[in-house]
Design a protein around this ligand. Structure first.
Ligand SMILES: [Zn+2]
Length: 122
């Protein structure tokens, strides 16, 4: 098994950066970025997406190019639902009345706090 992937971005090899230049003399090219595997664990990349893409541009180029094929893998034909409880509670809050003359007044009022709670379904 190889220890690298080529970036899957369809336009990776067209971006003019020094890191993509290969070859010598008159035979230079821009080459797709090679991504080393397992040696570069990235904590921000829990799904290891950047084992396949050199960056967000290439990731989104790939998604734009292959979107219809990707959604065909696991199509969503109906809405999903998560049971919840919606709780409303009254609490005293304040608003500020500036009055236009520089004298700020703190005015109490009853506010409503809405909280969405999960429902244990087990
Ligand atoms: Zn790339």
């Amino acid at each position: 098994m190889s220890d690298y992937n080529w970036c899957h971005g369809p336009n990776c090899h067209t971006q003019a950066t020094q890191s993509r230049v290969r070859g010598s003399g008159e035979n230079k090219v821009l080459r797709t970025i090679k991504i080393k595997q397992d040696s570069n664990y990235r904590s921000y990349d829990r799904y290891q997406m950047f084992n396949y893409f050199c960056g967000n541009n290439c990731l989104f180029d790939y998604i734009r190019t292959h979107l219809q094929s990707i959604v065909a893998i696991a199509p969503r034909r109906e809405a999903l639902e998560t049971p919840i409880k919606v709780e409303k509670e009254k609490y005293e809050s304040y608003r500020y009345d500036w009055g236009g003359n520089g004298a700020t007044k703190r005015v109490p009022y009853m506010a409503t706090r809405t909280t969405i709670k999960s429902v244990d379904n087990d």
